[in-house]
Structures are given as C-alpha cells and as structure tokens.
Design a protein. Structure first.
Length: 396
C-alpha cells in the first residue's frame, strides 16, 4: 500500500484557489506560476538527489519542464509516462486553433522529445508518438488494482445498508422495500442467509470526473428509449454515477426533471471513498463508460477497473478502444444515443437481434496485475536507465 509503505514518501502540492470572475487565461498563468515555484523548490531542494525521475503526462505544464531541468542538474534519467496529451484536453475547452493550445502542443512535443525513455498506454499511442513527435515509447497498459474484484454477498449487504443509512440512495426511496437492515433493494437477509433480493433491479455503475471528454447528456438523452424498452420487458434498473466535477450539478438538475417520467429506471449520483467504490463496482451487473478520449488514443482506466471487478462494459467508441473492449465479448461499443439505449437494454437482459450475445467477463482469465505488468515491461526499461546512469557516474 502506497500510504503505509516506509520506502515511499509523499510530497503534497498545494492548489491555488482563484475566483471564477478572473479570466481563464489569467487564472491559468497564476496557477502555473504558483505550481512552477512549488515544483522548483520540491525537486531541487526538498527531495534527495535521484538517479531517475518518472513523471506522468498529463499534466504537462509545468511538470515536464521542471522534471527535465531537475534531471539535467542531477544527471538523472527522465522517463515520461504518457497517459494522454495535455494539449488535446485544453483543446476541448478552447478549440484546436487557439494560440494557447498550439503553444501547449509545441511545449509538450519538445519536452517529450527530451525524455530518456517513455511509456504509453496503447499501441496506437506508441505509433502516434513515433510518427508525429519522433518519440519512442514502450506500451504499458493499465491494469486493475487488486481491490477491484467481485464483492461477496455479505459485503454487498453491508455496503448497501450503510450507504442507505448515510443517505446515498435517497432517489431510490420509492423502490426500497422496508426501512430495516434485513430486506433491502439489492440484498436480503430475512431468511438468515444473505441472498439477492427477489425484486432486485439490475445495477449499472459509471464513474466520471465530470469533464468535457465525457458527455453524460448522451446518457440522459438515451433514458426515454431505454426506460420504455425495460418497462415493456418488466425489467428495472438503477444507474449510479460516481465522482465529482464541475458538470455534475447540471446533470443532476436535468436528471431530476426527467425522473417523474421514468417507470423502469432510477438514476442517481454519489461520491464514495475508493474502497466503497471498488466494493460497489464488484456488486454491479454492468459498467458504463462515456469516455471519448480527447486524443482518441488513450484508454479509460475505469473500464480496466470494471473488468477487474468482473463486469461487462458498455463503452462509447473511439479509435483506441478496441484494444481494451472486444465488442460482443467483454463489452458492447456504441456511438449514437440510440445505440447506447439499445446496448444498455441488451446488456440488462432485453435482447436486441442486431447485437451480439454479451457474456460476463467474470469467468475470463483475469487481466495480469500491476506486479506482473511492472516486472515484465516497466522494470526492464527503468533498470536499463539505472545501469546507464551508474556507468556514466563511474566514468566521471
């Protein structure tokens, strides 16, 4: 565990909170300047001298510049772990042609080329980096943490009961059978043993940071067709969306307006601890990803976690997604709103003739864990840099 490992020390970076009335450009400059100073002091004065700096991208500004500077001063290797690109995320807000986006692209490309080694999260990203930036990167696919696994029924019952008591399921009140801890909406212990509730609805989980690269309005647009399809088949479903972010309140407001018209669906948002999120994921029937990727060549970590929990996934399509989601095997890939509604209904037990039969991934060979992935791919790359720096130090 990172928090308790005696060989790992965490250094916290303080955010700079600024009022929204300040222009975006000025806020960005002030925040970057504040972060630049903190990283400068941290990397060059507070932390011990190092042989290797490993930095994740994004964010790129100003971390890549400071990491490159610190690596030069300390004669250390710089390794960049590309998960996406900061310029493409900024383009979602400002547009591709904005001067700040173009400057960010040039900065990110230049610093990327200054790395001694690089990792990336997809084969497509490896190809893109080589073709466009002349950066050689080693694909290091994300893997689920060990905490993501199917949740035993007794733990499901405890989780649902506790979340209910904490008020997390207020929007499900009209479906909840009783107010005690014996019989709930999802689990039942009235017989003495924990089992699924007789009228248990299907449970769909999604998570988001509520950023523009995930359009949850598409989910709301799909609800009327999905609700009609489920109601006709007498199937009920609960869709829970976890996470915090600036677009959350708008989603909740629109969902509240739609709620009275829904017969077979309930939609709710909540914020959970990491442990509770993992347990909830392992208690669900289906995962949902609306991640579209600002670059088109990264992959959503949430889907990896869903597979770790044994869930099939309905996922919004983009170029690199088939590296992770195999349509009709471990998930369904959709694009339009109608496809989203039909895919969800199909995965929840209302078959569609033009969609392939979907099988759960719970019985599949589990994705290799981080330890195996690290030993096979990451460590040999890093070890080569350690040896290179050691030999250079001997020559000096």
């Amino acid at each position: 565990d990172i928090m308790s490992n005696p060989r790992i020390r965490l250094w916290h970076i303080m955010p700079l909170e600024l009022p929204q009335r300040i222009s975006f450009t000025l806020r960005a400059i002030l925040k970057v300047g504040f972060l630049l100073w903190q990283l400068f002091v941290l990397l060059l004065f507070r932390t011990p001298r190092t042989q290797l700096l490993l930095v994740q991208n994004p964010p790129a500004i100003p971390s890549l510049l400071l990491a490159r500077l610190a690596a030069w001063i300390q004669a250390a290797s710089l390794v960049i772990d590309f998960h996406n690109f900061g310029y493409s995320l900024l383009a979602l807000k400002l547009g591709d042609r904005h001067p700040l986006v173009r400057a960010h692209l040039a900065y990110e490309q230049l610093l990327g080329q200054c790395a001694d080694e690089a990792f990336c999260v997809t084969e497509q990203m490896k190809t893109w980096l080589a073709d466009n930036w002349h950066v050689t990167a080693v694909p290091l696919h994300d893997r689920p943490a060990d905490i993501f696994r199917p949740t035993p029924l007794d733990q499901q019952h405890e989780l649902f009961s506790r979340l209910r008591q904490d008020g997390a399921f207020k929007l499900l009140d009209d479906w909840w059978p009783v107010q005690d801890r014996q019989e709930g909406l999802f689990t039942d212990v009235s017989s003495g043993a924990v089992r699924h509730a007789t009228a248990r609805p299907r449970l769909v989980i999604s998570s988001t940071s509520w950023t523009p690269d995930e359009d949850f309005n598409q989910l709301l647009d799909a609800l009327p067709l999905l609700d009609a399809t489920l109601a006709a088949a007498e199937v009920r479903a609960v869709i829970l969306v976890t996470g915090k972010g600036e677009l959350k309140s708008a989603f909740e407001a629109r969902a509240a307006l739609m709620a009275p018209k829904l017969r077979a669906l309930r939609v709710s948002t909540l914020w959970l601890s990491f442990a509770d999120y993992a347990a909830l994921l392992g208690s669900a029937d289906l995962g949902l990803s609306l991640h579209t990727s600002s670059s088109g060549i990264d992959l959503p970590m949430k889907v990896v976690d869903m597979f770790g929990a044994g869930l099939p996934v309905c996922a919004k399509g983009f170029p690199a997604l088939p590296e992770l989601v195999r349509h009709g095997e471990n998930g369904l890939i959709f694009n339009s709103t109608e496809e989203l509604a039909r895919s969800l209904a199909h995965a929840l037990g209302v078959p569609s003739a033009d969609l392939p039969p979907l099988r759960s991934v719970a019985g599949e060979r589990k994705l290799s864990g981080w330890d195996e992935n690290w030993d096979a791919i990451a460590w040999p790359t890093l070890e080569a840099q350690f040896r290179l720096r050691a030999s250079s130090a001997k020559r000096d």
